[in-house]
Write a protein that binds this ligand. Structure first.
Ligand code: PGA
Length: 256
């Protein structure tokens, strides 16, 4: 049975004091409640080591992840962070191909494939994001777009490599807009993605792959989204910046 994963993508938000306060509060919440999901926080990478140490210190099971990594191994790439460095500060996960990276940094399938390779070499779990734009959805092209985003990237991996991947389905029209996919729309897309994994890697891999939903997940819609059979957790932006909202979403995960 797949355990749910609730992941908070903080993006470029919160200064040091705000971030430390919120992370400490989340640890406090996790320690004092019976949670039924894996929990991960993706802060700005600058904070990763400190978060990792705090979680270790408090014996918290909250993991930390980075929001991006370099496609290169190491060397003269000013401003970049290598997957091996991210691993060395204690990160367990890294996002790859978030729609903001695809849009603002023009990250292509080729670049994303390189990043996934670097992360797997460094023993970090890639959380691979995919999702269609509003124009794609309006022209009923969503399945074609997702197929293409997966086919040119993680579907090139060997079975052994693919087993380490987490997928996040994030319709671009739902990210930060307050518009959430209807639970049935999310379920349809998650089932479609699982079907693609099934045809590529077989039943056992498909039934073990975690597919998260992202896009305006909030306390008020979390329960319904998370109770869909193929929705294995959430990648949460805005609501992960508020302790009460994020903890309410964690709470919405029932025992599986
Ligand atoms: P949102 O962001 O929850 O604010 O829509 C989700 C994401 O970008 O991962």
């Amino acid at each position: 049975m797949r355990k749910k994963l609730i992941a908070g993508n903080w993006k470029m938000n919160l200064d040091w004091n705000e971030a430390m306060t919120l992370f400490a509060e989340l640890i406090q919440y996790e320690k004092s409640n019976d949670t039924h999901a894996d929990i991960a926080v993706f802060p700005p990478s600058l904070y990763l080591r400190h978060f990792y140490e705090l979680a270790q210190d408090r014996k918290s099971s909250i993991s930390v992840g980075a929001q991006d990594c370099s496609a290169q191994v190491k060397g003269a790439y000013t401003g970049e962070l290598a997957a091996s460095m991210i691993h060395s500060v204690g990160a367990k996960y890294c996002l790859v191909g978030h729609s903001e990276r695809r849009e603002y940094h023009r990250e292509s399938n080729d670049i994303l494939s390189e990043k996934v390779e670097r992360l797997l070499e460094a023993d970090i779990i890639p959380v691979f994001c995919c999702g269609e734009s509003l124009a794609d959805r309006d022209s009923d092209n969503q399945t074609f777009v997702i197929d293409n985003q997966l086919d040119g990237t993680i579907f090139e991996l060997s079975t052994e490599q693919f087993e380490k991947i987490v997928i996040a389905y994030e319709p671009v029209w739902a990210i930060g807009t307050g518009k959430t996919a209807h639970p049935e729309q999310a379920q349809d897309m998650h089932a479609f993605i699982r079907g693609l994994v099934h045809s590529k890697y077989g039943e056992s891999v498909a039934s073990n792959t975690r597919i998260l939903y992202g896009g305006s997940m909030k306390p008020k819609n979390a329960k319904e989204l998370l109770s869909q059979p193929d929705v294995d957790g959430g990648l949460i932006g805005g609501a992960s910046l508020k302790r009460d909202d994020f903890s309410a979403i964690i709470k919405a995960c029932s025992r599986s």
